[in-house]
Ligand binder design. Structure first.
Ligand code: BGC
Length: 720
């Protein structure tokens, strides 16, 4: 197991030993207690050392605090820090934590949109910008990256997730940790990361948030754990345990997950924080009679820090004193927290330079990156007759831009953007008006009663309809039972189509929605997620061809809600899914999704050829030619899928094992190369342990997960 070396520095351990030697039991437990800042501030608690951390936010509307959360400023954090450092007995600094999920004031696309870039590089850059801005405001710890694989899109928090695939999720996890922490998170512009919500939270039964999770240990290990392991290997300083009950044992009390796997198997040396009030909720789950039992179960399982419940300070000291709780458990938890504080550099530089915020926050280069990433996150699902991009010779001169989200500003920011502000955003309608080349006349009506709509449509050549979900419809505690567009939106697109005007449909959403009918009706469908501060301009850029779409779906898009859970890397069954006969299917719905995982169009086309599989010792090289067969430059995300044909347990019909983005000029050919070793082909075997079983593997290289059956992808086979 690779343990990030930075976690085990002798000088750090020595400092912690010295501190622990001087700390009272209450002071140690104080380190394990996270509180919200009160008004007036809890200065006495800081002086007494009974609060180790502050979470600088209010989440009364969890996940939906757009324009509503109180601001954080370096001066405020510094004032509190000064009390902890200069007026408490041992001067132990505070770690200020906040949800900095997909940007700070400069907001990037929601994490599912970030995942649609299929670009670890962009994830790293965006996380680095978020770290630079948040740290300038005094924050030193982010509750990100969120790494919950989600196969059921009814789950509202799919918006915050990396999507359905563990390989893509792991690549993004590593990148996010690198972006937030760099190789030394004591740097003033870096944050300690927190991989959450360990583990399996995205598998909530029925897609209902907070619901219990009953996937097998094999599925947990093969699908849900890999991104967390990747984050740990990348050096993530902390992890957050989930709210949920995994297989009968809520995670906040789950020693198998928090200690046996996380620490004994993976060697994690940072600390684990509970999710919000989750330790108290052990009582509600029904595995603890009261807060005393809840506190004991959580700390023994491996939860080092209590977020908000306040049960550690209330319960643990007495349990140690009366001999029910070994002091060593408290020492170990306090040690892990102090270790992260040391590595965060807080003992050496506890304060934030208050002048940095003005230089850093919303810096022009941050906005430029947000615009580029938003362009790259949009997935073009349909572009009939190559309608887009709209060039100067386009027959569509007069364009109307409207729809429920066309004038939205804070709506573009998406869920969990405590510090993003609608005032920083240009709406899609305004951005299109500003960016349209002279040739076009843009009209942007805001409210349209039926007759006015019909009248207006008589005079326009093209409609850009901006529809989809408000961020509060795809966030924490916001799961849906229907994946259709919100009420009334389909009727609106039908009315426009009835008038015979072609439609470019822009969809803003946190869920992958079931929009079959809308896709049939519209000429163009651009899935833009919630694209962040610069989303309006990014969409205008794509419309007028200043940029070409390159996003790819990080989740399968269902054709109807009744298909979910639906994901590409399912197992085969003994009667594999087909549209007829006694097969694993629905008799009232085709088996194929609306769009497969990995799918996305651009403004050019690509062809695959000459797949080669070359054995090189213990590994195998797989390469294929990719040619840009269209008339414009473009980025192709080349995807490698593998199937383990026969194994001791059933294996997925296909698994992503590699991807790379190739930038190709018209007519240009490049060879995409991948290498696979036994390590890459391991899975969880009969005894729930990782195993590699030699044998035959099928391999596909193509432009999405269904390409191999449908068209151009190249297919081969190898033995290892
Ligand atoms: C969420 C976490 C979040 C925490 C702190 C909880 O409700 O599940 O993702 O980090 O609140 O705001």
């Amino acid at each position: 197991m690779t343990t990030p070396t930075s976690f085990t520095r002798p000088e750090v351990e020595q400092r912690i030993n010295e501190l622990l030697g001087q700390m009272t039991l209450e002071e140690k437990i104080g380190q394990m207690n996270q509180e919200l800042p009160h008004a007036p501030p809890q200065l006495d608690a800081l002086r007494a050392g009974s609060v180790g951390l502050l979470i600088t936010e209010v989440t009364a509307l969890a996940g939906a605090g757009v324009d509503a959360a109180p601001e954080v400023r370096a001066e405020i954090c510094n004032d509190l820090q000064r009390v902890a450092v200069t007026e408490s007995r041992l001067g132990i600094p505070i770690l200020f934590g906040r949800d900095v999920i997909h940007g700070y004031r400069t907001v990037f696309p929601i994490p599912l949109g970030m995942a649609a870039t299929w670009s670890p590089q962009r994830m790293e850059q965006a996380s680095a910008v978020a770290a630079a801005e948040a740290s300038a405001a005094g924050v030193k710890w982010t509750f990100a990256p969120m790494l919950d694989i989600a196969r059921d899109p009814r789950w509202g928090r799919i918006a915050e997730s990396p999507g359905e695939d563990p390989f893509l999720g792991s690549a993004l996890a590593r990148a996010a940790v690198r972006g937030f922490q760099g190789d030394d998170f004591s740097r003033p512009d870096k944050l300690a990361a927190c991989a959450k919500h360990y583990a399996g939270y995205g598998a909530a039964e029925g897609g209902r948030d907070y619901n219990f999770v009953d996937v097998s240990m094999r599925t947990l290990r093969d699908v849900y754990l890999p991104p967390f392991r990747a984050a740990v290997e990348a050096g993530a300083a902390t992890l957050m345990s989930g709210f949920h009950d995994y297989s009968g044992v809520p995670v906040a009390a789950n020693r198998t997950l928090l200690t046996d796997i996380l620490r004994a198997e993976w060697g994690f040396q940072g600390f684990v924080v509970s999710d919000w009030n989750a330790i108290h909720e052990l009582v509600v789950h029904g595995v603890a009679a009261d807060d005393a039992e809840a506190a004991a179960k959580a700390v023994i399982a491996g939860v080092d820090m209590d977020m908000i419940a306040g049960v550690y300070p209330g319960q643990l000291a007495q349990q140690v004193r009366n001999g029910h709780m070994p002091l060593s458990v408290i020492d170990e938890a306090a040690r892990r927290i102090l270790r992260v504080k040391c590595l965060a550099g807080l003992f050496d530089q506890p304060y934030t330079d208050p002048d940095r915020a003005a230089r850093v926050i919303l810096a022009p280069e941050h906005r430029a990156l947000a615009r580029q990433i938003a362009q790259e996150s949009c997935v073009l699902l349909k572009n009939a007759d190559g309608l887009l991009p709209l060039k100067a010779d386009s027959p569509f001169k007069r364009i109307a831009v409207f729809g429920p989200l066309a004038h939205g500003r804070s709506e573009l920011l998406g869920t969990w953007t405590l510090d993003g502000r609608g005032e920083d955003v240009t709406s899609i309608a305004d951005a299109i008006r500003q960016e349209a080349p002279k040739h076009f006349e843009i009209v942007t009506p805001s409210t349209l009663p039926d007759e006015a709509l019909y009248h207006m449509l008589m005079g326009v050549d093209l409609v850009v309809l901006v529809m989809g979900e408000h961020p509060r419809r795809s966030s924490e505690a916001a799961s849906v039972s229907s994946l259709e567009l919100p009420a009334g939106q389909r009727q609106m697109i039908e009315s426009v189509c009835d008038a015979g005007v072609p439609v470019v449909l822009g969809v803003l959403a946190g869920h992958p929605l079931a929009i079959k009918r809308e896709v049939d009706l519209a000429q163009v469908v651009l899935y833009a997620w919630h694209p962040g501060t610069e989303g309006g301009y990014a969409i205008a850029d794509l419309l007028f061809g200043k940029a070409a779409p390159s996003g790819r779906l990080p989740v399968t898009m269902p054709r109807a809600t009744g298909q979910v859970p639906i994901y590409y890397n399912h197992r085969n069954t003994g009667r594999p899914a087909a549209n007829r006969g006694d097969s694993s299917r629905y008799i009232d719905l085709p088996i194929a999704p609306l769009f497969p995982f990995g799918f996305g169009l651009g403004y050019t086309t690509f062809a695959y050829s000459d797949l080669r599989v070359i054995k090189r010792g213990a590994s195998v090289e797989i390469n294929a030619q990719v040619t840009n067969t269209g008339a414009s430059a473009g980025i192709e995300t080349v995807q490698l899928y593998v199937r383990d044909v026969v194994a001791s347990v059933t294996r997925p019909v296909k698994e992503l094992k590699g991807f790379q983005r190739l930038s190709l000029q018209p007519g240009e050919t490049q060879r995409a190369r991948f290498a696979l070793s036994a390590q890459d082909l391991m899975f969880t075997g009969l005894d729930d342990r990782p195993v590699f079983e030699p044998g035959a593997f099928h391999v596909w290289v193509g432009s999405h997960s269904a390409d191999c059956v449908r068209a151009a992808g190249a297919q081969g086979e190898f033995e290892l």
